[in-house]
Design a binder for this molecule. Structure first.
Ligand code: NAD
Ligand code: LMR
Length: 343
């Protein structure tokens, strides 16, 4: 029996993500929560002839605090794509003022209602919303760092797609042969392309300009979509796919074959809470949250791969250095926000 709850289920990401989850036969209950239209989306998905029982929960009015609790009760996995997306000209950091309190309040409800759930955070700015979640759970005394994940899979999906096209490899074959680490915003996103010697050799044949454009496209792929949607939001369908890819690994680790058959994806995690995480943190100027490939078992992190032990080129080391500055600021912003908040 596995219950998955999506918070923000009626949104641009929430709807296609919920559809993909409804198709997964490991899910026995799919609970959809949103402040609008969750019941409509649930009614629609409930007609699909797969096992998951779908329920929809939305507050009756602004004061109603019961719907979210009802939605979360007994959840094994909670995925959060709730909040506002970017418009052209905005950075992800510009979303902080609205999304910080949305994530804080949802995670407080998770901490009180289903503290053992794996929590997957999609809402931006991920670099700060995940530290917010950690601080809220710490304040409530229920923080399990092995079960808190910032979803950065879209960066890996983009890197695989863009590099595959450049070096003549099938993008889907690149999972695990390249990696994307760091954070989820501009120059905090760091693609590593020399983990696999054969792929690294092909990357070395790219011109300096081609390689630079590849890195830029991975770091700013989100902007490409925001610009193309021209005010109608940011990536939703590719994000639903990416979020599902990570959620599927979590579900497999709960009731499937486990970590050993899976190539790990990266997630933005709290390093000091993981075995050997402190060592990596000290090599990263003490940055406490960082996206690394994670092995999963029973819905939590069993171990992570230290990306600095991969073959990392001098250019990639420089990218990591740049990423650390931006991450420090976002982590502090998230942490300070909760310090000044009543939970
Ligand atoms: P959207 O506006 O289409 O949907 C957001 C949904 O959240 C809406 O249905 C809204 O009603 C709901 N919502 C708002 N406040 C809520 C609350 N308190 N509780 C429950 N639901 C609430 O936006 P979207 O395009 O789906 O994007 C959602 C978020 O995901 C944005 O912050 C966006 O920047 C982020 N995002 C992250 C990634 C990533 O890689 N991690 C990729 C794409 C988008
Ligand atoms: C993305 O990478 O597409 C998302 O983080 C949305 C955005 O604002 O770019």
């Amino acid at each position: 029996m596995t219950k998955v709850t999506v918070c923000g289920a009626a949104g641009g990401i929430g709807q296609p993500l919920s559809l993909l989850l409804k198709l997964n036969t490991r899910v026995t209950e799919l609970s959809l929560y949103d402040i609008v239209n969750a019941r409509g989306v649930a009614a629609d998905l409930s007609h699909i002839n797969t096992p998951a029982v779908v329920t929809g929960h939305q507050p009756a009015n602004k004061e109603d605090k019961t719907a979210v609790v009802e939605a979360l009760k007994g959840s094994d996995v909670v995925i959060i794509p709730a909040g506002v997306p970017r418009k052209p000209g905005m950075t992800r950091a510009d979303l902080f003022n609205i999304n910080a309190s949305i994530v804080r309040d949802l995670v407080a409800n998770i901490g009180r209602t289903c503290p053992n759930a794996a929590i997957l955070i999609i809402s931006n700015p991920v670099n700060a919303t995940v530290p917010i979640a950690a601080e809220v759970l710490k304040k409530l005394g229920v923080f399990n760092p092995k079960k808190l994940f910032g979803v950065t899979t879209l960066d890996s999906v983009r890197a695989e797609t863009f590099l595959g096209g450049l070096i003549g490899e099938k993008p889907e074959s690149l999972k695990g042969k390249i990696s994307v680490i760091g954070g989820h915003s501009g120059d905090t996103i760091v693609p590593l392309t020399h983990i696999d010697p054969a792929i690294g050799a092909k990357v070395d044949k790219l011109s300096a300009l081609q390689y630079k454009e590849f890195v830029h496209r991975v770091q700013f792929g989100g902007d490409e979509v925001v610009k193309a949607k021209n005010g109608a939001g940011s990536a939703t369908l590719s994000m639903a796919y990416a979020g599902y890819r990570f959620a599927e690994s979590i579900l497999d680790s709960i009731s499937g074959p486990g970590f050993s058959v899976k190539v790990p994806d990266s997630a933005y995690v709290y390093l000091p809470g993981l075995r050997d995480g402190g060592d990596l943190q000290s090599q990263l100027n003490n940055v406490s949250f960082f996206s690394v490939p994670v092995h999963l078992l029973a819905g939590e992190i069993l171990s992570f791969e230290d990306p600095l032990k991969f073959k990392v080129t001098d250019g990639e080391k420089e990218l990591v250095k740049v990423a650390l500055g931006g991450l420090q600021l976002s982590i502090a912003q998230g942490t300070n926000f909760v310090a000044g908040s009543k939970i």
